[in-house]
Design a protein around this ligand. Sequence first.
Ligand SMILES: [Zn+2]
Length: 445
Amino acid sequence: MTDNVTTYLLRGVRPLGGDAVDVLLSDGVIAAIEAPGTARADGGVVVIDATDQVLLPGLVDLHTHLREPGREDAETVESGTRAAAAGGFTAVHAMANTTPVADTAGVVEQVWRLGQDAGWVDVHPVGAVTVGLGGEHLAELGAMAESKARVRVFSDDGKCVHDPVLMRRALEYVKAFDGVVAQHAQEPRLTQGSQMHEGVVSAEIGLAGWPAVAEEAIIARDVLLAEHVGSRLHVCHLSTRGSVEIVRWAKSRGIDVTAEVTPHHLALTDELARGYDPTFKVNPPLRTADDVEAVREGLADGTIDIVATDHAPHPVEDKDCEWAAAAFGMTGLETALSVVQQAMVDTGRMTWADVARVLSANPARIGRIDAEHGRPIAVGEPATLALVDPAAIRVVDGGAQQTASVNTPFRGRTLPGRVTATFLRGRATVLDGSPVEPAGTRGGR
Ligand SMILES: [Zn+2]
């Protein structure tokens, strides 16, 4: 435990959006939950008026690109995890497509250590499935699992493990240490040169299309492979109605598959490509309004287990160019919760308890970090929490964010909700909506 943990009293807060209570955070845990206005604030207790604010378990992102090592001009572990804390996150899984690729125990331990040193959130490195993301030889999955980083999620994200024999071997291999393969489902031959979703808009504006079947064919194949070898599969950022239907079918069959959707696929459509603004160029591409409706339905009914950001920062020069030359990807850590509130809570499709499930408990369980994250809000549980003011309104200003990159697709949009505080094992990483420098906590776990 760190030595600078303060005692906090959250007055009048609503755990998971329920009835108001006072919540006392002390010694890194939830020390007491009492009727509102009754908890005693002894000397040294920092009292936070949290009237009408919602208390959630700290958010967990299963899909973050922190870019370090290799692309520190886009993001570093320090800046990316500061952005994560600002967004209410207490743990992130850092994708493996760095330079060098996180395909050895050495690299995953380096990323894990950078996360520890930064101190904003727990960083759990994702290990590459294949050496150098090359899609030809399995990486040292066992060595990464046994390293200090304790890797449990393996992914070539950015690229699809398209060789079915290799995918089968990976699914078999990770069973030994309760790991999961997180697949970026993209049939490479069907998407060569693709720039956006294949449909009416791509035909009208003349950009090369990316058919839904390129995603769905891989998901269909992979759920059958997972069933065949009796392993655990996670589908990254599914984006089409067909993908939701395949996952729903697989779950009804008892296949051990989980799936994620990004905030941007819950909110935005391919119509945005009409302006040729590469801010909206992303992989998988923004789809149609019907697909958006399908992923919202899938998230609400539990077919889709989690929301993951696919936070993909890029330096200005990689995005501020013509569409075809621009990089794929958008940032997301600091807007994810607001987008989910707007798309799912404010529309009456989900409760705050559901939000805690899809943004905290489920991703923690899939990543096998559920002993520390995604916990119930109860006495004795870790004080690893996010405090949200759902009545707040903000206009997104890309330049005012904590991430080192500005490629947010929500720039200029009005979004509901604001993270006012984040706590990691009782230590405030965000207070009054602003990051609190974690000085003196280096290596304090
Ligand atoms: Zn991906």
